[in-house]
Design a protein around this ligand. Sequence first.
Ligand code: ZN
Length: 421
Amino acid sequence: MPAALLITGASQLLTLRGRGPRRGNSLCNLGIIKDGALLVREGLIAAVGPRGKVEGSAEAKSAEKMDLGGRVVLPGFVDSHTHLIHAGSRAEEYELKIEGASYEEIARKGGGILNSVKKLRAATAGALKKRAHAALAQFASYGTTTIEAKSGYGLDVENELKILELHRELSGEQPLEIASTFLGAHVVPEEFRARADGAAKYVELLISTLMPEVARLELAEFCDVFCERGAFTLDQSKTILDAGRRQGLAPRIHAEQLSRTGATQLAAEIGAASCDHLEQVNKDDIRALGKSNTVATLLPGCDFHLGLKQYAQARALIDAGAIVALATDYNPGTSPTLSMPMILSLACTQLRMTPAEAIAAATINAAYALRREKRIGSLEVGKQADLAVFGVADYREIPYYFGMNTCSMTMKRGVVIHGAV
Ligand SMILES: [Zn+2]
């Protein structure tokens, strides 16, 4: 049996320990241990606590040693909303937006998501994989150890399956864990748009052809829908998510990003794993999320990149008792970042979340959004030794240094996957 690993020298060890997702006042509870230590055995946490306690055991004494020299340690970030697989940037649209074109205007001119669809269909699986590998290494370099990844730039049987198969292959080829989501309902593809009943026909293709294939090949855990003006209506979203559930795919939804559609109420009603974006929610939506177990995932990177002034009402959601999570929404159109520390900075200054709340939202609550809270999201005995080490003296410095990367080491299941001490 390989020796255990004793990790000491954590000036602040943020355990995020405790039962249940963080709601309301408990969101800022990080479970900090000063001068903390961890004992890791076979990729799992065997002991965690103050150094004096952890290093005293016989196993700790014979373990391999790692001294972090006074850094801050927290659970690896869980990025619960990404569009990992895409073929290239949309920098040309970025410039158009700066010059005044709206996201929806660009979409009407064949830009936006359809632009990414064209690029993806033209790309080989090999090229897409190479790009994704580089992105995954970057995620790790910012302290992220688990991501969710959506399809949605293929929008036909061949290309949606190509993306989902890449999720599976990438899971076996690199250390980050990938939770795969089927987002065939991202937008209606070009070839269905000319006919009056095109949207209905595309929904039929999703439900009767694509989804059964995704389920049969076990290529996804979740089914997502972009419920939005110009994408899918509330009724279509419900039909798709219900069908997904019958195929064993748990629902999640893009809700109230650019317009209010009622998707939040639908998410709460059907017990969706998460309901993401939420810039346009009203009081009833906030109340519904406060009472539900559906995670409210906020994506401030989108508003920042699009230059929009209306960020989600994080404070109202937290006060109502909603389970608030944060994610990057890494994608080429609206949020081209994979830096969770940058998202924490935006959460602090734009969503008025405290640094502690932002960290809990990006770790334990995000683990709930991916239904992985029993394995990841906190540093507790029996959970995976997934951790991020930051070269700062105080955890508040992680969002404070915006646009900078202070992550000095990342560990997945007890193995260093980025940096060194
Ligand atoms: Zn998204």
